[in-house]
Design a protein around this ligand. Structure first.
Ligand SMILES: CCC(=O)SCCNC(=O)CCNC(=O)[C@H](O)C(C)(C)COP(=O)(O)OP(=O)(O)OC[C@H]1O[C@@H](n2cnc3c(N)ncnc32)[C@H](O)[C@@H]1OP(=O)(O)O
Ligand SMILES: O=CC(=O)O
Ligand SMILES: [Mg+2]
Length: 364
């Protein structure tokens, strides 16, 4: 038999902190990756506090095997020395089948467990992976005397992980969210793209060939549109996360120089329901902060609909468009996000505050 509902409210080890009943909606527009063993990157971390929602010390892929211990120790040093203020502090541990992960967890929890908000677990295949981390974290938290539970974030980057997405989300009250891992996922699925996220010029739909005098002109110029390779997986992820009260994120966009396409990919994810994306290079923080913050126009419109709808029931016409109970809920999502962001981002606070409170409503 699986765990009962009440089991989820009890710690998995004597003395471990009580599990959270709800995952707090903390802004996490950019999860900025840095290698804590890389002196140049590590030196930049203190100045990044307050400019990015999440700083993530990465111990897994992109850290050379010979540097794993150095990066782990670098993370401990940074965690101890840094006051993270409003910025969340996360880490990505090595995969559960690697020779490093046990030392990652048994070192990080006692040394900097009081600073770590979330542990990202790569290559999660099913609920059993989360159960393993869940119990081990509870034991380590109890031993370290921690008073709040460290949350867990899973990367969706194997075909089995995608197939088991709902059970992964439901596996523990520690589950904070999921990220799409397009690089490992492409490899595991045997997709034929060698890109790290983003689109592919070969994945497209093409306009039908025109007919001239009854003859189909296969050689004629035809419009084609590139499609989003990741749409299906992101949409699954968004549904699974929403259903379980946790948060979905787009992962890495490897073409650092193509800031335009990065913004497009992030925006697609934002529109579909993701709350943030990874940043691999400082330039991507700016993109994510912009994309995952509702525009002043969207917030203005949302507030206007909410005002016009009064108690939130019925239907009104605003600028020729019908608004009702459902669209007011969409607007509430937008305004709630704006308020969360305004609480931590002074520039956005100023922009949103400039929106008049009672916007005039023109009803048809
Ligand atoms: C694909 C699947 C995945 O797992 S993705 C997640 C794993 N990958 C990562 O975490 C990659 C993180 N990023 C990086 O390693 C670097 O940004 C890469 C992509 C290699 C580019 O570095 P580099 O060639 O030095 O870039 P650059 O010359 O433009 O750097 C300018 C200055 O900024 C620094 N920088 C670079 N990246 C970061 C970062 N992520 N965090 C903090 N600082 C960063 C560079 O060190 C450089 O510093 P300086 O000006 O020389 O002092
Ligand atoms: O870890 C991320 C990925 O795309 O793989
Ligand atoms: Mg990966």
């Amino acid at each position: 038999m699986t765990r009962t509902a009440k089991d989820f409210f009890a710690p998995l080890a004597v003395g471990a902190p009580a599990p959270l009943r709800e995952i707090p909606a903390r802004p996490s527009r950019a999860i900025h990756f840095f290698d804590p063993g890389n002196e140049k990157m590590a030196a930049k971390v203190p100045d990044m506090v307050g400019t990015v929602d999440v700083l993530l010390g990465n111990l897994e892929d992109a850290v050379k095997a010979e540097n794993k211990e150095k990066s782990r120790q670098g993370l401990v040093d940074i965690g101890r020395a840094t006051d993270f203020g409003p910025t969340q502090f996360w880490t990505r541990i090595n995969s559960l089948d690697s020779p490093w992960v046990l030392d990652d967890l048994t070192t990080l929890v006692p040394e900097i467990g009081d600073k770590l908000d979330v542990i990202m677990v790569p290559k999660v295949q099913g609920a059993e992976d989360i159960h393993y981390v869940d119990r081990l974290l509870a034991q380590l938290e109890a031993k370290a005397g921690l008073t709040r539970p460290i949350l867990v974030h899973a990367i969706l980057e194997t075909a089995r992980g995608v197939a088991n997405i709902e059970e992964i989300c439901a596996a523990s009250p520690r589950m904070q969210g999921l990220s799409l891992g397009p690089a490992d996922l492409a490899a595991d699925r045997r997709m034929k793209t060698t890109r790290v996220g983003g689109g592919h010029p070969g994945y497209l739909v093409r306009q039908d060939a025109p007919k001239v005098g009854g003859e189909t002109q296969y050689d004629a110029e035809r419009t084609s549109y590139q499609q989003d390779l990741w749409h299906y997986t992101i949409a699954r992820m968004v549904d699974a996360c929403a259903m379980h009260g946790i948060y979905p994120y787009y992962g890495p966009f490897g073409d650092i120089l193509d800031t335009v396409a990065c913004e497009d990919q992030f925006r697609n994810a934002f529109l579909l329901g993701c709350v943030g994306a990874w940043s691999l290079h400082p330039v991507q923080i700016t993109i994510a902060n912009k994309v995952f913050s509702p525009s002043v126009e969207d917030v203005t419109h949302a507030r206007r609909v909410i005002t016009a709808m009064g108690d939130g029931t019925g239907a009104v016409m605003i600028d020729g468009k019908m608004e009702d109970d459902a669209s007011v809920k969409q607007c509430q999502v937008m305004v709630a996000l704006a308020e969360e962001l305004a609480a931590i981002d002074p520039e956005l606070k100023k922009q949103y505050a400039a929106i008049p409170d009672q916007v005039e409503v023109h009803q048809s």
